[in-house]
Design a protein around this ligand. Structure first.
Ligand code: DPP
Ligand code: ZN
Length: 852
């Protein structure tokens, strides 16, 4: 397959201002009639070219007259003489056979669509690109009994009864939109109905549509939706524009959710939640995704992307917006820690590996492969840095200008940056490198102190990435404070240092005492800091940096320092970490959620990233030894904290209650590491008495890690208790696939034969394969069997659903970071995937780039 390049962009030859679609819905065979009003765009004599995939063409008409269809490079080519025409097509599609879950498909008896990025071409012939914006009228007809509810974008305008037990509905969306935002749903759905009064006094009808039995689990999503409406008015001045906003939940979905105009379609996982079946983390994710998709109404829908290279224009911005929402709804520091954890776990490895790409990529074979942590999460960090540099007021002026200037347009990342510049007067010329250069910058920092003065010596280094050998210096905003080594106080106000050259020295005025360096506070830039530390500095910052995020970071740095030294061959030194964790547990000032984060060791995957050719088995053993030392050295403190945290009100979703439950899980895990017998007894008791899924799942995970009869018992109970709840059964698979150690693979293979396992459901497949591949000591078996299993699974899944299959390739591509014996086996697994005939371009692109 050929690469598509950003620099080859050309405006569309034909525009489609109006579209009328008519669906005769039937899961076995649906007839789609399309009527496109097309207009020539500019002076040229090129024909109209329409994308189409897996469509059975039944007829084409131009201005009412039938024409003989002609195809070139898989596109339907229509010759048109004048400046405008009406082009009609009729096609048949087979929703029941659609296992890719792109286009129109069936999920649990519901017919629904997914069009982003290029699914609309699987519904009808169309110029399937985001810079063609159209007004849609959509007529749906279907069997009344099987599909009593018929939904589309926009507003319902008419409905009625048709022949042979059918009924129909007509919908109109007044806002021109790209076809990737098109959506329809037909099914037997119940509605949680509510409303929101906007700032300007309009009433918007809100509906969350699910299977009748799931209705009680939609309340949290509804609350989040109303909170999101209000937040976007207050923080960004953005009001909703249609009279209704619908969300539909379906079980089979490639993404988390989709922001179709006025008709969001969600993976059930991000809608259905209550404390008995969803963890607090799940519940927070529901709110974040509901908000994210809603926020797209402005950042994505009203102002959309010119081409798919600009994906971060809407995704980076919208992630940043949903992060702001979560920070305001919960604890800012704890949210930030979570965000940074995600970035380090998912984006840093991407940036350091063969699939590294800038947040605005230069080329792709399959755009579905670029819905990445880089485009989303690093994209959000880039927006955050702009706000840090401009300050909140000028940032807001910038977004106001952006939305006003580009409303109704399909634009580029460059347009966003220019709006920021124009509104603020700040030159972002060099800052633009964040859009074009891949790789995580490393910042080396050394604080020099002489004669009562301090100077911060900074050096930046942007590593080479595929296709980008030499890099230019980035603009890196670093929030910095000096902390008195004796007083523990901040010496002078925190400041934001802009590192813009390869090397730079920042003088600090008089400091009266020896100082420690607190740098990149709040994670003000998505970089790796390598600071030269003085004896006791990290320990002191971990114990008392007044900024809680920086304090967390210091704790992580301390843990990583001692773990990495031991992995590299030194004796494992546990005293400093045990002392720091003990002080955290005993603190009266820190809140429980922060404590839970602060006592967790850096993930194995993160340690592997910091090593040159790691032995994952050794990384695991050393980390386990540290956990054991904490569990044994602090058993009293841990038990006390575990017990106290058990008092959280199970009905409460306050930050305090959620934090306590988080701490309860974290302390239980460490107690289990310290003494398996004690851990087993406590976990069994916690499991049996659990009143929330948060408590139940953490107990189950600890038991599963310890293994043995108690684990089997609890797993059996868990399955029987939640057999009918697909999202909970996903957890049952996920827990077992996440157990560290070489024995997990056999378990995973057995689970694949379990009657509840199916490869056609992406959530189930991710629960098993995704969790297995992200558990290093299980995946990186020395004999390579974990790699072989994953390769086989990818090949099998690819035949059904290439987009989801391709998501599992990246773990195999990290071979450069792994010791040579295993690395060779990882490469062999990739080669084996590439030998498979009929591979999708999704998997082909990632597997071939991963071999690199
Ligand atoms: N639905 C996906 C998201 O919101 C893709 N747009 O991120
Ligand atoms: Zn999004």
């Amino acid at each position: 397959p050929a690469a598509i390049r950003r620099e080859d962009y050309r405006a569309p030859d034909w525009l489609v201002p109006e579209v009328a679609l008519s669906f005769e819905l039937d899961p076995a065979r649906t007839i789609v009639k399309a009527r496109l009003s097309v207009t020539r765009n500019g002076e040229h004599d090129r024909p109209l070219r329409l994308d189409g995939e897996e469509l059975e063409l039944l007829g084409v008409r131009v201005d009412g007259a039938a024409v003989e269809p002609r195809f070139e490079d898989g596109r339907l080519v229509v010759d048109l003489a004048g400046p405008a025409a009406v082009v009609e097509t009729e096609v048949a599609i087979l929703p029941d056979k659609n296992s890719q879950l792109m286009g129109l498909y069936a999920s649990g008896g519901i017919l629904c669509t997914q069009c982003e990025a290029e699914g609309f071409r699987r519904i009808t012939f169309f110029p399937d690109r985001p810079d063609v914006l159209s007004r849609y009228t959509v007529r749906l007809s279907a069997d009344q009994h099987a599909f009593p509810i018929l939904l589309a974008n926009g507003n319902p305008v008419d409905s009625g009864i048709g022949p042979g037990g059918s009924h129909w509905a007509l919908w109109e969306d007044p806002f021109p939109k790209p076809c990737y935002l098109f959506a329809i749903v037909a099914g037997d759905l119940a509605c949680n109905q509510d409303s929101f009064r906007t700032a300007s006094g309009r009433t918007v009808d809100l509906g969350i549509w699910v299977r009748e039995a799931d209705l009680p689990k939609t309340q949290l999503a509804m609350q989040a939706l109303k909170d999101a409406f209000a937040w976007d008015e207050r923080v960004y001045g953005r009001e909703y524009d249609l009279d209704r906003f619908n969300i539909v939940a379906v079980s089979d979905f490639n993404f988390g959710a989709m922001e179709n105009k006025g008709l969001n379609i969600f993976n059930t996982r991000y809608v259905l939640a209550d404390p008995e079946t969803a963890t607090d983390a799940d519940i927070d994710a529901v709110a974040a995704v509901v908000a994210h998709e809603y926020f797209h109404n402005w950042s994505g829908n009203r102002v959309t992307c010119r081409d798919w290279f600009q994906l971060s224009l809407k995704e980076g911005l919208t992630v940043f917006r949903d992060q702001g929402f979560s920070e305001d709804m919960g604890s800012e520091a704890v949210q930030r820690i979570d965000q940074v954890r995600t970035l380090r776990a998912a984006q840093f490895p991407e940036d350091a590996g063969p699939l590294a790409h800038p947040i605005r990529p230069d080329s792709y074979m399959e755009i579905a492969n670029f819905y990445t942590a880089t485009v989303y999460n690093k994209g959000a960090e880039v927006i955050r840095m702009m706000r840090t540099i401009l300050g909140p007021e000028r940032y807001r002026k910038g977004t106001d200008l952006y939305f006003e200037r580009h409303d109704g347009q399909a634009v580029t990342c460059e347009d966003f940056v220019r709006a920021m510049e124009d509104a603020s007067g700040v030159d972002l010329g060099q800052f633009r490198r964040w859009y074009s250069q891949a790789g995580t910058p490393k910042v080396h920092a050394r604080l020099e102190q002489k004669d009562g003065k301090a100077a911060l010596h900074l050096r930046q280094d942007v590593p080479p990435t595929p296709g980008q050998e030499a890099k230019k210096p980035m603009v890196i905003p670093l929030r910095v404070a000096l902390i008195g080594a004796d007083s523990g106080r901040e010496l002078g106000p925190e400041r934001t240092v802009l590192l813009t050259s390869a090397e730079q020295v920042e003088p600090f005025a008089e400091v009266g005492e020896p100082a420690f360096l607190s740098i990149n506070r709040g994670f003000s830039a998505p970089v790796v800091i390598e600071a030269e530390r003085r004896p006791g500095e990290i320990e002191a910052l971990a114990a008392s940096d007044p900024d809680s995020f920086a304090r967390y970071e210091a704790g992580q740095e301390l843990m990583a320092r001692d773990l990495l030294a031991a992995i590299r061959g030194a004796d494992l030194r546990t005293d400093a970490v045990v002392a720091a964790v003990g002080a955290t547990l005993r603190s009266n000032q820190l809140d429980p959620a922060f404590k839970a984060d602060a006592i967790a060791l850096p993930a194995e995957s993160q340690l592997i990233e910091k090593l040159n050719r790691a032995d994952p088995g050794r990384v695991h053993d050393v980390r386990e030894a540290m956990r054991r030392a904490i569990g044994q050295g602090l058993s009293d403190d841990l038990s006390r904290a575990h017990m106290a945290a058990g008092g959280a009100d199970p009905a409460s979703l306050s930050g305090e209650a959620k934090g306590q439950r988080r701490l309860r899980g974290a302390t239980l895990a460490l107690l289990g590491a310290g003494d398996p017998k004690v851990g087993e007894a406590l976990a069994s008791r916690q499991y049996a008495g659990a009143r929330t899924m948060t408590e139940r799942q953490s107990a189950l995970m600890t038991l599963a890690m310890l293994g043995g009869d108690k684990a089997e018992e609890a797993l059996g109970d868990f399955y029987a208790r939640f057999e009918d709840d697909a999202l909970v059964i996903d957890k049952w698979f996920a827990v077992q696939a996440s157990v560290p150690g070489e024995a997990t693979l056999e378990k995973v293979e057995a689970l694949m034969r379990h009657p509840a396992f199916t490869m056609t459901n992406p959530n189930r497949l991710r629960a098993l394969a995704g969790n297995f591949a992200s558990t290093p000591s299980a995946f990186h078996r020395a004999d390579g069997a974990g790699y072989d299993w994953l390769a086989e699974t990818i090949v099998a899944a690819d035949k059904l659903n290439p987009q989801t299959a391709a998501r599992f390739v990246a773990p195999l591509g990290r071979w450069r970071r792994i010791e040579e014996g295993r690395a060779a086996k990882m490469r062999a697994a990739l080669e084996r995937i590439l030998r498979e005939p009929g591979l999708s371009k999704d998997v082909f692109e990632l597997a071939s780039k991963s071999l690199g």
